[in-house]
Design a protein around this ligand. Structure first.
Ligand code: SAM
Length: 435
């Protein structure tokens, strides 16, 4: 009888075959293509979350093929490869930095000689050698970036073409592979220099760039850097799972008391409050943010029919909350701060909290270990580490959220934490039990 490890390989390969069939049957039935690296291929599968079975089959396929791939390598070879994976960033960074995707023609091929000349020209005459360029590109090809259809000639793959065409994704590449490359390498030195720090000025970014500003102040000094960051965030936040709909449908807004006021804290220009207010006409919103967000022009952008129910105001959420309301809403705020500062934010609410008032958080959360699929687990664990790199903040597991409220004040009752269907963002609700 086959051993357990051998049996696992057989099971994986059978499941991979079954999941692939679900996907290909779905695509064939609908006359659709699969994603492909072919230059004319699809950049992503035309399968939405509404196509439940093939959607789930694809997520399973990613996890199963990863497991079988890793088993095929085995722990020893796998560890060796994992440890030198950082050169993936190196070859990708070179493509971004030297604008290599722009230098390769959209159609047809280019010789390494001509490509070297073109890349030099596009980089103010920088003397990049053909050999260096070629080895960087040939390494990138092992990641499906560019192809070499005949020896000595480079052409685009769909992936390299994306770097050329898709501005948010191109900026994502630059931001991750260039701007955060040294900060990542400086996280351990930062942990040694400032042990257990919760300060946003004691990070890998501070060490790498030899400066002592918090992240946002630092990037705002450089218009190019902050534009790249903003575009990169579009590539991240525009994906499935971050929709406005999941904010509206993911929380029982209708169950708040009739005519309740919701304070949207760090609510930016109010666009989330506008959307919730449209769907829940009994609710009133006070959107608080920093004074910099409140130019007369932005205040004027409250749609006329919502002006009686949505007000844009200023308030620093680290200072005592002046507005007594039925609910305080925080979207994408807490994951940007360490516990020390999240506790300050929660405690600053207390002067205005009345019995039954809700604190509603819509934010990232780390799934309980082993409960999420591979992609979600990996994505959230990766995000968690990047929060440390840039601001010494963190993503939180359900128990971390519970403890945060318990530490803030024992009059907070933790109600629930849940991830609405099709959403990457979670809801966390607590209630004030004091008077
Ligand atoms: C990541 S954005 C989230 C915006 C919005 N809640 C959303 O979901 O799109 C963080 C927001 O917090 C605001 N903010 C940062 N520090 C603040 C503070 N001390 N008091 C109030 N708002 C603050 C920022 O201006 C920004 O609008």
């Amino acid at each position: 009888m086959a051993s357990r490890s051998v049996q696992r390989m057989t099971t994986l390969s059978e499941e991979i075959s079954a999941k692939t069939k679900i996907i290909t049957d779905h695509l064939t039935a609908k006359g659709l293509d699969a994603a492909s690296f072919d230059v004319n291929g699809l950049v992503e599968f035309p399968i939405s979350q509404d196509d439940e079975e093939p959607y789930k089959a694809r997520l399973d396929l990613i996890a199963l093929t990863k497991e079988l791939h890793d088993i095929a390598l085995g722990p020893k070879e796998g560890l060796r490869y994992l440890a030198w994976d950082c050169v993936n960033t190196l070859s990708l960074q070179s493509i971004w930095e030297f604008k290599i995707a722009d230098a390769v023609p959209l159609d047809g091929v280019i010789s390494y000689e001509d490509l070297t000349a073109k890349v030099r020209e596009m980089n103010n005459g920088l003397n990049i050698s053909l050999l260096d360029l070629r080895r960087l590109i040939r390494h990138a090809m092992t990641n499906n970036i560019f192809i070499e259809p005949k020896k000595g000639f480079v052409a685009h793959s769909r992936t390299s073409q994306l770097i050329r065409e898709d501005a948010p994704l191109r900026n994502w590449v630059g931001f991750m592979c260039n701007d955060l490359w040294l900060p990542v390498a400086n996280v351990i030195p930062a942990m040694k220099k400032w042990p257990a720090s919760e300060e946003s000025t004691e990070t890998g970014v501070n060490l790498a760039y030899k400066q002592d500003l918090p992240w946002f102040d630092f990037i705002q000094q450089d218009a190019v850097f902050s534009r790249r960051y903003n575009l990169a965030m579009q590539a991240h936040g525009s994906g499935e799972g971050y929709s406005m709909q999941s904010v509206i449908e993911g929380y029982p807004w209708g169950k708040l008391p009739q005519d309740a006021t919701v304070v949207d804290m760090g609510g930016n220009q109010g666009y989330i409050s506008f959307a919730i207010a449209e769907s829940f006409p009994n609710l009133t919103f006070i959107v608080q943010d920093t004074p910099g967000m409140r130019t007369p022009e932005t205040i004027g952008k409250v749609p006329e029919h919502l002006q009686s129910r949505v007000e844009l105001t200023t308030h620093d959420f680290f200072t005592p909350q002046p507005v007594i309301a039925e609910a305080y809403f925080f979207r994408m705020i807490f994951h940007g701060f360490s516990d020390k500062y999240c506790l300050q934010i929660l405690r600053a609410l207390i002067p205005s909290l009345r019995k039954g008032a809700k604190v509603i958080i819509n934010d990232g959360a780390l799934p309980e270990l082993g409960t999420a699929g591979y992609i979600e687990e990996k994505t959230m664990r990766t995000l968690d580490l990047f929060m440390q790199v840039t601001v010494n903040a963190r993503e939180r597991e359900p128990d971390d959220w519970r403890q945060l409220f318990a530490r803030a004040d024992d009059r907070f009752k933790f109600n629930d934490i849940w991830r609405p269907e099709k959403s990457r963002m979670w809801f966390i609700e607590a209630e004030w039990t004091g008077e």
